[in-house]
Design a protein around this ligand. Structure first.
Ligand code: UD1
Ligand code: MG
Length: 417
């Protein structure tokens, strides 16, 4: 796919979320909703992606990363007005403009690719993605004549009783030839009922000027799903969560109880790793092959776990690197730690990584043995093959040499093991 640019509309207020956070920044499986839409434009090779911001613009700009251009819509005057804000940014661009909404985390890349392909092949001026759904409430309806030719998109508020019954709806994803789009947007009139300029009015104006307008219709009702409320958010979470788990299973990971396993977006897991019930794995975690994780484990962002590692019951690992063959089997916490290969983390070991001001690091070298119920008050270094006795409290800035033994409260270092 080439020679297309994208516009993501994200200025809306999201009133029904009842939130101080802009709607598109609410997270689904650990990632802001808008990132799922950006995945699509990125992976299809959009030459440039513009995000129209309004409500909470600063927050959106600070959160969304990568090569996007933000365009402010100072007043929420409707979807046509939102697109019109881009006019000065796209001067001279003669290709296709893909328009999407920022609140549709379930939209699939394949359907958008199919829309672009159809638009190209038919050399249309506009191609609209439509969906046949059981409950069309709230969406713009696709009005056709008896022969099935596309006539208009009618917003629910403006629809007559016949039109309200139509169950083919406007998803809110379109391809437009950019030059014609911006010419035509100038002609869109304010909708008297809603006091907004409707992007959907461009369709009738295109048809009146004998421009070719096509539709691509899907029966997948997930495609049109936009998040408007907290319960929509939970529904999207459930669907994407299942997709993520299915993908890990396809890649050779055993998930013994998908119903109680939460794996966020952006997690890598090697084959033959087993994830036991009630386990939560956040974004930005890599786990190697042949590991055993859980039950009841929480692996938090920034953790890198090699192969053949066991992380057992009631454990939490955060921003921590663990090399192969290390065991941490029972109720322990490792935060900001680097743990080399073949280490045994006994039951109840805690890295006290926060001193009230800063997060400090713990380093545990190869083959060390950390006894049960010991506390490593970071920063702490444990040398290779060293032993920390059960119940020891190793205080800040302690460096336990290789092969040494540390025990007691506060821990004292004894010579060789
Ligand atoms: C819009 C479509 C409707 C379609 C539906 C799909 C119009 C007139 N109607 O209706 O046909 O079925 O989406 O979900 O376009 N936005 C801005 N600036 C604005 C207004 C909206 O950026 O001034 C953004 C919103 O943040 C949102 C998107 O545009 O991402 C759609 O706006 P929304 O108000 O939700 O439109 P709908 O009434 O749902
Ligand atoms: Mg909407």
């Amino acid at each position: 796919m080439s020679n297309f640019r994208s516009i993501i509309l994200a200025a809306g207020k999201g009133t029904r979320m009842k939130s101080d956070v802009p709607k598109v920044l609410h997270k689904v499986c650990g990632r802001p909703i808008i990132e799922y839409v950006l995945d699509i434009t990125r992976s299809l090779g959009s030459l440039k992606t513009y995000i129209v911001t309004g409500h909470g613009a600063k927050q959106v700009e600070q959160t969304v990363s990568g090569d996007v251009e933000f365009v402010l819509q100072p007043q929420l005057l409707g979807t046509a007005d939102a697109v019109r804000r881009l006019e000065s940014h796209v001067k001279g661009f003669r290709g296709t403009m893909l328009v999407l909404c920022g609140d549709t985390p379930l939209l699939s890349k394949n359907i958008v690719r199919a829309l672009l392909t159809k638009h190209r092949r038919n050399r249309a001026s506009a191609t609209v993605l439509t969906a046949l759904i059981d409950n069309p409430q709230g969406y713009g309806r696709i009005v056709r004549d008896r022969a099935g030719s596309f006539l208009a998109i009618r917003e629910e508020k403006d629809a007559d009783p016949q039109e309200v019954l139509i169950n083919e709806i406007n998803v809110g994803v379109y391809c437009f030839e950019s030059v014609k789009l911006f010419e035509t947007l100038k002609k869109v009139r304010l909708n008297p009922r809603k006091k907004e300029f409707y992007l959907t009015d461009v369709i009738e104006l295109f048809l009146a000027a004998d421009n070719r307008v096509d539709t691509l219709t899907t029966e997948d009702d997930h495609v049109a799903f936009g998040v408007n409320t907290r319960s929509d958010l939970a529904q999207a979470e459930a669907i994407i969560r299942k997709r993520i788990l299915d993908e890990h299973m396809r890649n050779g990971v055993t998930i013994t109880d998908p119903l109680t396993t939460y794996i966020e977006d952006g997690v890598k897991i090697g084959r033959d790793t087993i994830i036991y019930p009630c386990t939560i794995i956040n974004s930005d975690v890599h786990i190697g092959s042949n590991c055993k994780i859980g039950p009841l484990a929480h692996v938090r962002p920034g953790s890198r776990i090699a192969s053949n590692v066991e992380i057992g019951n009631f454990t939490e690992v955060s921003r921590t690197t663990i090399d192969s063959g290390t065991f941490m089997k029972h109720f322990s916490f490792l935060g900001d730690a680097t743990v080399k290969a073949g280490v045994n983390i006994g039951a109840g070991v805690v890295t006290a990584n926060f001193d009230g001001v800063a997060k400090n690091k713990t380093k545990i070298d190869q083959g060390a043995f950390i006894g049960s119920d010991s506390i490593l008050v970071a920063p702490v270094t444990v040398g290779s093959k060293a032993i920390v006795g059960a119940g020891a409290v190793v205080t800040q800035h302690t460096k336990i040499p290789a092969y040494a033994v540390a025990r007691g409260v506060p821990a004292k270092i004894f010579k060789n093991r």
